[in-house]
Write a protein of this length. Structure first.
Length: 141
C-alpha cells in the first residue's frame, strides 16, 4: 500500500489539497493518507496530526509572538512524517511552513518524494529560492 502525507498550512491549502486528493481517491483506492489539514481533508476521511488553526497565523506580529510554537509544530510535523514513512510528501501552498518541513524531511529521508503544489513566486520574492528548493523538492506543480 502506498502512503501519502498531505501538508497544508492554512484553510485555502486544505481546500486545494482536498480537490486534488478527492480525484486521486476516485481513481486509486490503495493509498493510506495522513495530514496536517483541516475540515476539507477531514471530510474525505483523512486524519490530521493536529488542528490547522495551531499553525495558521496571518499578521506578522502574531507570527513573531508565536515563533517558538511554530518551530515546535514544524519539528513535530517532521517527526510524524518520518514515523509515517510516506512514499510521497505532498505539500500545498504556505511556503513558510510547508517548505521548511519539506526541507527537514528530505534531509532526514531523501527517499521520500516531495511534491509541492502552488509554487511561491520566486521571481518576485526571495531571489535565489529556486536553487535552494531544488535541493529538497522533487516536483513543483
Amino acid at each position: 500500500m502506498k502512503k501519502i502525507f498531505i501538508l497544508t498550512g492554512e484553510p485555502s491549502g486544505d481546500k486545494l489539497a482536498s480537490s486534488i486528493i478527492s480525484k486521486l481517491k476516485e481513481n486509486e483506492q490503495n493509498i493510506q493518507y495522513l495530514s496536517v489539514g483541516g475540515m476539507h481533508l477531514n471530510a474525505l476521511g483523512i486524519k490530521s496530526i493536529f488542528e490547522l488553526k495551531e499553525i495558521t497565523y496571518i499578521a506578522f506580529t502574531d507570527i513573531l509572538l508565536n515563533i517558538f510554537k511554530i518551530k515546535k509544530k514544524i519539528d513535530e510535523t517532521v517527526n510524524k512524517i518520518i514515523e509515517f514513512q510516506p512514499d510521497i510528501l505532498f505539500s500545498v501552498d504556505s511556503p513558510d511552513f510547508t517548505l521548511r518541513v519539506a526541507k527537514k524531511v528530505k534531509k532526514i529521508n531523501p527517499n521520500i518524494k516531495t511534491i509541492h503544489f502552488i509554487a511561491p513566486k520566486v521571481w518576485a520574492w526571495r531571489e535565489g529560492r529556486v536553487k535552494k528548493m531544488k535541493q529538497y523538492l522533487d516536483h513543483i506543480c
